[in-house]
Design a protein around this ligand. Structure first.
Ligand SMILES: [Zn+2]
Length: 254
């Protein structure tokens, strides 16, 4: 039997108390009710542009939004945001941070992230989502799936066109494959690309992140998640450099 003095017991109790508090604060940190955001400065040479990535908030369980292969739009969008922004350099891919951008990843609600982006002074704001038509059993093929990007402003239109091309179409195997669907396009919020608009939607504007951000905003639906090929592609982690590539080209970088 081990003999542990009272003093040791109090040390151990203190240790576990601190560990518990740390665990509780981590849980608090990642609580869906929080608009917690990570911010990172761009690596050298830093260009001081600020890019805010806002992965999908939808908190439903895997498969509940029509995701095939038991994927979750929310978790795939978060993984995408981290690989696009700050994830470690992997086999020649470049994150936004490595390209010199200051980046933030918001994991709050659309309204919380919009407010956070505005107060941070983001120059570019990109919500990251995946799309769905009718659910995983719907007859989606490569010719009707694809990348869709929603914008409001003229700047957003320009950024959207780069995202459509570099996420959806451009062949460059060093950055993985472009999205497998071939019906790729951008659209102004009011032109039928979405059934939502800047007014409607659950008491708050559904597209608040393109309607009410001060940054140039482009809302990325990277691919449809309700076909197996699309869900598989979304869940890979070698295409996310294409987001930073799009921003670079939009700004005229070589
Ligand atoms: Zn979504």
């Amino acid at each position: 039997m081990n003999r542990i003095s009272g003093k040791h017991w109090s040390s151990i109790f203190l240790f576990f108390s601190i560990a518990f508090l740390a665990a509780a604060s981590i849980v608090h940190f990642s609580s869906p009710a929080e608009a917690t955001t990570g911010y990172w400065n761009g690596n050298s040479p830093r260009n001081y542009y600020r890019v805010y990535l806002s992965p999908a908030w939808h908190s439903s369980t895997a498969g509940a939004r029509g995701e095939c292969l038991n994927k979750s739009e929310r978790s795939m969008a978060r993984v995408t945001a981290y690989h696009a922004s700050v994830y470690d350099w992997v086999s020649g891919m470049f994150t936004l941070r490595e390209r010199g951008y200051d980046v933030a990843v918001g994991i709050g609600s659309p309204v919380a992230n919009k407010n956070d982006s505005n107060s941070w002074g983001a120059n570019y704001h990109i919500p990251i989502h995946s799309n769905a038509a009718w659910g995983c059993s719907s007859p989606i093929s490569s010719s009707n799936a694809g990348t869709r990007v929603i914008y409001v402003s003229s700047g957003g239109s320009g950024l959207a066109s780069k995202l459509v091309y570099y996420v959806g179409q451009r062949n460059y195997t060093s950055y993985g494959s472009p999205s497998p669907g071939t019906n790729d396009y951008r659209g102004h919020v009011n032109t039928g690309i979405t059934s939502f608009d800047c007014i409607s939607g659950n008491g708050v504007p559904a597209l608040t992140e393109v309607c009410y951000t001060t940054a140039v905003a482009a809302y990325l639906e990277a691919e449809f998640h309700d076909w197996n090929t699309g869900a598989s592609w979304l869940d890979t982690t070698n295409w996310q450099s294409r987001i930073g590539w799009s921003v670079d080209v939009y700004l005229g970088y070589p």
